[in-house]
Ligand binder design. Structure first.
Ligand SMILES: [Zn+2]
Length: 507
């Protein structure tokens, strides 16, 4: 992918370290065969259409697709009439399987690669892994992903390839750069920020010292067509830095300004907050959604009630709990069932994801991080990062149940995202999210709702996406069994459609 400045330099170093002059050419997964011309209508019949809004199977069992959208829901007995009416040449038997709307990952980083113990030649393969991240997300049934931070050249490059059908991948809703406060989280100093360019394939962070910097940032993001304004509201580190360190945070006035300005420009806003202090500022400032769960205190009933009142949604990214389940044997913070749940999830899903979703040339780095998380760490230090604070990272687990209970009690909108691209998380892989939401008491129907229509409502896209209804985009996933009786059914994907075309075919 096209890179500029230091990112380009990084690519050259990576190539030379791997013994190559040219960039790595990855082997891509081919698109599923599809005989239907772009504007030809087609019919899928004999299929159980899942109504995610009402948590039931629709009475209709057929769909007419014209172009990118669903034209009509109907009964199979009207098939002949429909064929004639729409001039349909292609009809497909859904074999009484189940059709759900395309899933979405509302918080991921498609261009990020685990940077744990990377050799210099790894850079040679970064772009290929970025492309694979997109392929993996679509194969897992995610037809939509909000990218919550990544360099413009990388994300835009991936989007273009996907739109031109040169790469399998979800529709991308980009944030591009992330905004943080001076001496806030991710302010790594001038040199550190430049190093970031090399690692991320371009400028990643933006430091706003005052309101005029905020305006400049938002205008810049609008000029490159970012859809979301992402910013940091972090009080303390969960690892790295110093234990007693307090980040300089945006003031409440600045938070209000960021969300208002984003709103004025028709953008959603997302606050990264893992400590309750930042979350309360985000709630007060009416941010569109908060990413992650808190580690120091649960969201109280009052916090959650304020969220519902101010229309602030939560995207908990419970998958983070897996790699935060680091093992400090004997630490008081990990002697509980919540910690053990995430350890189980780590064993159950993460190893398989590394095996299936990571390029062979980068697997060592991911496996080394996996081993680091599993093995006991007496020093409580992470290579290249520094000290880890167990009571903070494990707080993610222990605070989660109460936060979820209060979100549900107050009617806070709950979305779903993985934070894929960071740590040992994988974009579009919602398996841990499903298991965690179930643990926190959500029904199968509620879980499915979070991953589809709730996510779209958070972004204001509910009239176009998020359910299988007339006039919406034909982004759909065909699965073998009923997800309303067992959410695990979503793991068994037969076909993935996007914009009315089949992209992934497994049967
Ligand atoms: Zn993130």
């Amino acid at each position: 992918m096209k890179k500029h400045g230091l990112a380009k330099f990084g690519q050259i170093i990576g190539n030379l370290a791997a013994g190559h002059i040219h960039d790595y050419e990855s082997i891509k997964t081919p698109l599923a065969d599809w005989q239907v011309e772009e504007n030809e209508p087609w019919i899928l019949y004999n299929v159980n259409i899942v109504d995610v809004i009402n948590g039931k199977i629709k009475e209709e069992n057929s769909l007419v697709i014209s172009g990118k959208k669903i034209s009509e829901l109907a009964h199979s007995k009207q098939l002949e009439k429909l064929k004639e009416h729409y001039g349909v040449k292609h009809i497909f038997d859904g074999k009484n399987q189940y059709l759900i709307p395309g899933l979405s990952d509302l918080h991921c980083h498609l261009s990020l690669i685990s940077e744990y113990k990377l050799p210099a030649n790894a850079f040679y393969y970064f772009d290929a892994q970025r492309e694979k991240n997109c392929e993996n997300a679509l194969k897992k049934g995610c037809t939509f992903a909000r990218d919550s931070g990544g360099a413009y050249d990388m994300i835009h490059g991936l989007m273009t390839k996907i739109e031109e059908n040169r790469l399998l991948g979800p529709k991308i809703f980009p944030s591009y750069q992330l905004m943080t406060s001076r001496h806030g989280m991710w302010d790594m100093g001038a040199l550190g920020m430049k190093m970031g360019d090399v690692l991320f394939g371009g400028a990643f962070g933006y430091i706003a010292k005052n309101l005029s910097d905020v305006d400049k940032f938002i205008e810049k993001m609008c000029s490159i067509n970012a859809k979301c304004i992402k910013f940091y509201l972090e009080e303390k580190p969960i690892y790295g830095g110093r234990r007693d360190q307090l980040y300089n945070m945006f003031s409440q006035e600045m938070v209000n300004h960021i969300t208002q300005k984003a709103n004025e420009y028709g953008k959603v806003s997302e606050a990264h907050s893992m400590f309750i202090k930042g979350s309360r500022m985000a709630i007060k400032g009416r941010v569109t959604s908060i990413a992650h769960l808190t580690v120091d205190e649960s969201y109280s009933e009052k916090d959650a009630y304020n969220m519902a009142q101010n229309n602030v949604a939560i995207v908990p990214t419970t998958t983070l709990g897996c790699y935060l389940a680091m093992n400090f044997r004997g630490a008081e913070s990990q002697d509980n069932d919540e910690f053990r749940f995430y350890r189980d999830m780590l064993e159950k899903y993460t190893k398989a994801s590394i095996q299936n979703e990571i390029l062979p040339q980068l697997k060592n780095s991911y496996s080394a991080f996996f081993d680091f998380v599993r093995e006991e760490m007496p020093e409580r230090k992470m290579p290249m990062v520094g000290e880890v604070y167990p009571e903070r990272i494990h707080g993610f687990h222990t605070r989660a149940p109460e936060s979820f209970a209060n979100f549900r009690k107050s009617g806070t909108k709950i979305g779903m995202g993985t934070d894929g691209g960071t740590g040992l998380n994988f974009a579009g892989n919602l398996a841990v999210e499903f298991a965690a939401y179930k643990r926190y008491g959500l029904s199968e129907a509620e879980i499915l709702k979070c991953a589809t229509i709730n996510n779209m409502e958070i972004l204001g896209l509910e009239n176009e996406l998020g359910s299988l209804d007339e006039g919406k985009y034909a982004d759909m996933v065909l699965i073998g069994k009923n997800p309303l009786t067992d959410i695990e059914a979503v793991q068994d994907i037969k076909k993935v459609y996007k914009n009315g075309r089949c992209y992934v075919e497994n049967d």
